[in-house]
Design a protein. Structure first.
Length: 285
């Protein structure tokens, strides 16, 4: 049996849908904090059990009988988040899982300026100590993030963002399908996978050109100071902590942390991954 955590979240639910195209429903289980929110999966024959990373006892029941467990990384950052992921991995191994999968990020690195990348690196180090084979899914940066960052740019004619660097923006649903392929008997990776990314990396100057073409309105890319950008986000209602976290993305991009591309995602999908142009077309539709 394959068990997926966080199956009512965006990536988790998409992965479950992709798995249902590959394995019978009775061979699939989900671990969710609120089983009522997974009633649609239960109706399809998926085993639905309550499980919370903060409650290892609940995970013992949720993971019971699982051969493979996918731990969808949570949103808690710092040592607390790493501890939660580590506890969940140990619970999976204690329940008898033969392999633990974990959703990390393409630039997972202990010295990264991006907070979540550091957390992923620390979680991978913990996974190496749990006593069972493990696979870290080095998922590319979600392409829908671009939609948030270009909001209002067509209307103003200007894309005001901090200095950046190339990013291999990757469709989340493509990643869910690839993750499902690996979970259900695809090629096996011990430790981190190669980067699961779209085949091209672009800057926000490129994004502005594509946006101009898609919208029919010229959008100029303008670099603004980091602190000014954070101040603008906070004035528009974004919490300061969230703005600082997003700023880490720009710092990582200009350090070259997101420019890696790899053919693996396309090989797993059996087609070309969704392009950044398509992602922008969807965002402005």
């Amino acid at each position: 049996m394959i068990v997926v955590t966080g199956a009512t979240g965006a990536l988790g639910s998409a992965t479950v849908r992709a798995l249902l195209d590959r394995v019978p429903a009775d061979q699939l289980g989900v671990s969710v904090r609120d089983p009522e929110k997974a009633a649609d999966l239960a109706a399809l024959g998926v085993r639905v059990r309550a499980g919370d990373f903060a409650d290892p006892a609940s995970l013992a029941h949720a993971f019971d009988g699982a051969d493979r467990v996918l731990l969808v990384s949570g949103s808690t950052l710092g040592p607390e988040g790493v501890a939660l992921h580590t506890a969940a991995a140990r619970a999976a191994v204690d329940a008898g899982a033969q392999r633990v999968f974990y959703t990390a990020h393409q630039n997972t690195r202990a010295a990264s300026p991006v907070a979540f990348s550091v957390d992923h690196a620390q979680t991978e180090a913990a996974l190496a100590e749990v006593g069972a084979p493990w696979t870290s899914l080095r998922n590319g940066f979600y392409a829908h993030t671009v939609g948030w960052l270009i909001a209002g740019a067509v209307e103003s004619g200007e894309l005001l963002l901090p200095e950046d660097g190339p990013i291999s923006w990757t469709d989340r649903d493509d990643l869910a399908v690839a993750d499902a392929v690996l979970l259900s008997g695809g090629p096996e990776f011990d430790g981190p996978t190669p980067a699961l990314t779209a085949p091209e990396a672009v800057t926000f100057a490129d994004v502005a050109r594509i946006l101009s073409d898609v919208s029919g309105t010229t959008v100029r890319r303008t670099v603004i100071d980091d602190d000014e950008w954070v101040d603008r986000q906070v004035r528009h209602g974004m919490p300061d902590a969230a703005a600082q976290l997003m700023l880490g993305m720009f710092r990582g991009a200009r350090a070259g942390e997101f420019d890696e591309v790899d053919p693996l995602l396309g090989e797993l999908l059996g087609r070309r991954p969704v392009s950044i142009r398509t992602a922008i077309e969807r965002a402005v539709a």
